[in-house]
Design a protein around this ligand. Structure first.
Ligand code: ADP
Ligand code: MG
Length: 702
């Protein structure tokens, strides 16, 4: 089907089996049943699934689809799909196009190649995928994609979507108890909303292909600083180069076809760095959409002879890429629960939900930190470019002062005579995000939502939202337990809010998160400072965290333990690949290149001396001397790195193994890199085997 790309509303969501399409294509009763399933999570009868499947297939075929796939998000963090065609032989030896309700509802991919953290016994390789009717099916590259959850045959979640959906249910259950207490009879559900801002780099493909580190590890493992970096701030929000603009245009169009609300595209802080921000939507759809966004970014960049890099720290000394997870809670009647209201009553409700988030973040700091812990992100957090590894909340001065007045039972401002009481007084107006853009805070209130800023660019947003939803659900359940029993609701509410502020204000910090003094202060306040992934992951097994996930039926203890294994395993694998890539690059390219350049210097020295014996030839001699010394250092550190890699005991438990990589292998990698980067500064450009940082970062000329 030819689609005109002139008018966005004409093609927005054209490739999505969304509400409008369903209404147009499904019999009325079927449509109603689907909507009930989507809205209230009711299960769908197979006879209805058959009708939906058939309508979906006809619609997909009109859009050129020949295959379908159960699209899911295994623990690798990227999406997986296995294509099956619609064809089915008929009696005459020809084919008909078929797609049944059973095929729509459940699939059985071989699960053996996806990480399972020990949940899948080797004899039981099967897993199954189950349709998630709350996120719309779509057509991508001629394939009907059905968003699904992915479980082992024993029913354990092997993916990132299942716990996210469960956590949304948990939050809905508990938030509804609170909503009832406020007497909103019209509200039937509460959903979490998410808008993830996605940063990325675009690199010339021809240059990328010449860097084995980018190809194997997704980041540069070597590279001396270029003379110009981001110090002039001339890239941020700067004019977008035509090639990049063409890429962004195509990306927007493809995302719009898939119903993704891509909204803003701009340049970011570092050269060659950009950002895409979508308009927010329901958390699980936002998670799907973010996966699609990352996938399309990479695919479309290639069409434009560029490579999109989603690694959180592709270049040392240059700002890395993050993903800001904007988060809030909204009722089905469209009320954002983190929006301060106009009346005392609305404000009381706002303050209660605000306090629930504050307490949740304080009680479960460690879980939020875990959700951002990867080998790649270890290079960003705490490096004064991304938030520190310490979790704290930014509320802005005004809101903090209001909470302070409530807590201390003092007047908030001189004009107000009476002490402020929750549920009695209207909150004084406070501007949105007063200390505008406090970029150093990991968890910032920005007027009507919170923004979690720790995630690395390549992360799935599922994990952090699963933890956040569940932690907030738990606090809301504690609040509801207390308030449901209260004799005087207003008094109880006031006391609860005051007590929560008093007990959890240590997590609130409005200052500069990059300041060394803050880290000391945070320690005094008793906040966690989990610097690295091997420090963070064990927190997953804290009894309070196991209790949390089990109580709200988000993850079973088995599932938590499996996730713990997978996270550590993936850390080890990444560091191991990086270390091996370094060894390979040094042995095969870098040492031969510096030797070759040294040889040229030696020859030049000899020839000159032969021609005119009185010449000093300081340049040739000194550089040769320094380069030779540096080369020896490279050689010896290389040997140390090889020894370190061989020295880790692969049979150790996963935590010991991860610790061994962190404490024995990574320091050797850093030492090796330092010598190689030094050698690069002494070697002729022509003789260096790889494109430089300057080439990579400033390679896209127009
Ligand atoms: P900025 O952070 O640059 O000021 P905005 O505040 O407009 O930009 O939004 C940043 C991101 O937050 C966008 O993706 C936006 O859709 C999202 N966002 C806005 N409101 C909400 C909300 N209630 N829930 C979740 N995300 C939201
Ligand atoms: Mg923002």
């Amino acid at each position: 089907m030819e689609i005109s790309m002139k008018n966005v509303p004409d093609y927005f969501g054209k490739f999505v089996f969304d509400d409008i399409t369903m209404r147009a294509r499904l019999p009325k009763e079927t449509y109603k049943a689907m909507i009930r399933t989507i809205k209230d999570g009711r299960s769908l009868d197979i006879s209805i699934a058959n009708v939906v499947a058939n309508a979906m297939k006809d619609w997909a075929i009109e859009l050129g689809a020949t295959h379908y796939t159960h699209w899911f998000q295994p623990m690798t963090g990227i999406t997986a799909e296995k294509h099956d065609s619609f064809i089915s032989p008929d009696d005459s030896g020809r084919v008909i196009m078929e797609f049944s309700g059973k095929e729509l509802v459940q699939g059985e991919p071989d699960a053996s190649s996806f990480p399972s953290g020990g949940l899948r016994a080797t004899f039981e390789a099967r897993g199954y995928t189950a349709w998630d009717p709350t996120s719309y099916a779509f057509v991508k590259d001629g394939v009907l994609c059905i968003p699904t959850a992915f479980c082992s045959f024993a029913g354990d979640a092997l993916d990132k979507k299942t716990p996210l959906l469960r956590s949304m249910e948990a939050l809905n259950r508990q938030a509804m108890r609170i909503i009832k207490l406020f007497g909103h009879t019209d509200v039937t559900s509460v959903k979490t909303t998410v808008g993830p801002e996605q940063e990325y780099f675009l690199i010339e493909k021809a240059l990328y292909d010449k860097r084995p580190d980018l190809v194997f590890a997704g980041r540069t493992l070597f590279g001396a600083r270029p003379p110009k970096g981001q110090e002039l701030d001339d890239h941020y929000f700067g004019t977008i180069k035509p090639r990049v603009a063409a890429f962004m245009k195509e990306l927007d169009e493809e995302l719009w076809k898939l119903g993704v609300y891509a909204k803003t595209e701009h340049n970011e802080a570092a050269p060659a760095q950009h950002e895409l921000a979508p308009y927010f939507t329901t958390a699980n759809i936002a998670a799907d959409h973010n996966q699609l966004t990352m996938e399309l970014m990479q695919k479309i960049a290639r069409k434009h002879d560029m490579v999109c890099i989603l690694h959180e720290k592709p270049f040392a000394g240059v700002t890395g890429s993050g993903k800001h997870n904007n988060w809030s809670m909204t009722t089905n009647t469209g009320v954002n629960l983190l929006n301060p209201g106009e009346t005392p009553y609305e404000n009381a409700q706002f303050l209660l939900f605000l306090c629930a988030v504050i307490k949740a973040v304080d009680d479960y700091q460690d879980l939020l930190r875990v959700s951002a812990a990867t080998a790649g992100n270890d290079h960003r957090l705490g490096a004064a470019e991304a938030p520190p590894a310490v979790i704290s909340i930014f509320l802005g001065d005004e809101l903090t002062a209001i909470l302070h007045a409530l807590e201390k039972e003092t007047v908030y401002n001189a004009k107000e005579k009476s002490l402020m009481r929750v549920g009695v007084h209207v909150l004084p107006k406070f501007p949105k995000d007063t200390t505008d853009r406090n970029r150093t805070s990991p968890f910032a209130f920005t007027g009507n939502k919170f923004e979690f800023r720790m995630l690395g660019a390549s992360a799935s947003v599922s994990d952090c939202n699963t933890s956040l939803n569940t932690a907030v659900a738990e606090v809301l359940s504690q609040f509801a337990d207390e308030l449901e029993k209260a004799e005087n609701f207003e008094h109880a509410l006031h006391d609860l809010i005051v007590r929560t502020v008093r007990n959890h204000k240590r997590i609130i910090f409005n200052g500069n998160g990059y300041d060394e003094k803050w880290i000391e202060e945070a320690e005094r306040r008793g906040l966690y400072n989990l610097k690295t992934t091997p420090d963070a992951i064990p927190m997953l097994l804290n009894q309070k965290n196991i209790d949390l996930f089990c109580k709200h039926k988000v993850l079973s203890e088995r599932e938590i333990r499996a996730r713990y294994e997978i996270l550590l395993e993936s850390y080890v694998k990444i560091v191991n690949i990086e270390a091996l890539s370094m060894v390979d690059m040094v042995k095969k390219d870098i040492l031969p290149a510096v030797c070759c350049y040294g040889d040229k210097l030696a020859k030049a020295f000899r020839h000159k001396k032969e021609a005119i014996p009185s010449l000093k030839c300081d340049y040739e001699r000194n550089v040769l001397q320094e380069l030779s010394e540096c080369t020896d250092h490279i050689y010896h550190t290389l040997r140390c790195l090889e020894k370190a890699i061989a020295g880790v005991n692969k049979n150790d438990d996963s935590l010991s193994l991860a610790k061994a990589y962190e404490t024995q292998v990574i320091p050797q990698m850093q030492a090796l890199r330092a010598y190689v980067d030094l050698a690069e500064t002494m070697t002729a450009y022509k003789d260096w085997p790889y494109p430089t940082y300057g080439d990579l970062l400033f390679g896209i000329k127009n």
